[in-house]
Design a protein around this ligand. Structure first.
Ligand code: AMP
Length: 331
């Protein structure tokens, strides 16, 4: 890899000791499993696949596994299938690297607990330090940005392949809202400059990330005909199980239209509310223009970032109270 960019070196400074410990752990273990959060998004999967690919490229003799649920539409369009492992795999010593996940409850596969050594690397506000090494920086736009800062700071002659770089780029683009959110910094661009140097093809990456089908337009049409706005500017839409069936979408896809409301004057916060019959709850994705919403998300069984969080309600009887909590923020 070429010389370290000064912004990358500056950001890495407080973490250098831990980065070295991570590299040593990677070298020490021949069996490595990489985890991330449930209901994965671009960043969870991009960081996971990016790091798995980087380790395989640089340590080809290691056994590297990626664990967790596949994504309803990103697999296999953007990312390969996750590994499916028998219990016996977890009986031998292995290193677990858990990415982009603030707390244990959200780790997508509980078998990380069986690891001999655990490393947490995350950009959510620090809730739980569940690793032996915990590298957390909630100033980063994406977990991919933090992991790239780490691998670009490793001392040694390591390669960053085009494939690994494209996974990391997807993570950064996804969690920064294509470089729109205030978490995007000069450091985000310094990392992306390095990723582009590996030869990734931007047009193809963006096409794969954001391609839609004609049927998706029916979902958008339904939402535009049925959304609500609270007195102070919280926009929201509700997709119950029946309408999901009618529109032929899964619960996970319910939030995909949430950003339809992102650039509308007078709308400061916007949410999708999607019934999840499997878990007997309503899943909520919350986004905001400026106001910090993660405390309200935490109050309603969730959490996340200042401008992008997730929460839950048990039934629609709680919806008015939830919306009114957000509406208060905009007064
Ligand atoms: P989502 O709306 O599901 O895309 O989530 C937005 C952001 O909030 C992501 O960074 C998630 O990791 C985070 N998030 C979502 N749900 C939760 C939760 N229950 N607890 C903590 N963080 C969450």
């Amino acid at each position: 890899m070429s010389k370290v960019h000064p912004l990358i070196a500056l950001k890495a400074k407080p973490f250098l000791k831990d980065y070295k410990r991570v590299l040593n752990a990677i070298k020490r273990y021949d069996r490595i499993a990489i985890f991330r959060h449930i209901m994965p998004d671009f960043d969870a999967l991009g960081t996971q696949m990016g790091l798995a690919t980087w380790i395989k490229d640089n340590f080809p003799n290691k056994e590297v596994k990626v664990l967790g649920d596949n994504h309803v539409t990103f697999t296999p369009r953007l990312f390969p299938e996750m590994d499916s492992l028998n219990e016996s795999w977890f009986r031998e010593p292995f290193l677990a690297i858990i990415l982009d996940t603030g707390n244990v409850k959200r780790i997508a596969d509980p078998r990380f607990k069986k690891a001999k050594f655990k490393i947490k690397i995350d950009h959510h506000p620090a809730i739980e330090h569940y690793g032996k090494i915990n590298i957390v920086d909630d100033n980063d736009a994406a977990a991919s940005e933090l992991v790239c800062n780490m691998i670009m700071s490793f001392k040694g002659d390591y390669v960053l392949s085009k494939l690994a770089a494209s996974y990391f780029y997807i993570g950064i683009v996804g969690d920064s809202g294509r470089f729109q959110y205030s978490s995007t910094s000069p450091h985000t661009f310094a990392i992306c400059e390095k990723l582009l140097e590996s030869g990734i093809e931007l047009t193809s990456v963006y096409q794969k990330m954001y391609v839609k089908k004609v049927d998706d337009l029916k979902v958008t049409a339904y939402i535009l005909n049925n959304y609500h706005i609270s007195p102070n500017g919280v926009a929201y839409y509700v997709l119950d199980a029946n309408i999901q069936k009618e529109l032929n979408i899964t619960t996970e896809r319910g939030k995909e239209n949430v950003n339809l409301f992102s650039n509308i004057e007078g709308i400061g916060i916007w949410c999708s509310i999607t019934e999840d019959p499997k878990d007997n709850c309503w899943r909520i994705s919350i986004r905001s223009k400026e106001i910090c919403i993660n405390q309200i998300a935490a109050k309603w069984g969730g959490g996340g970032h200042a401008q992008a969080s997730g929460a839950q309600i048990k039934n629609l009887g709680q919806l008015d109270a939830f919306i009114s909590d957000l509406d208060e923020l905009l007064k």
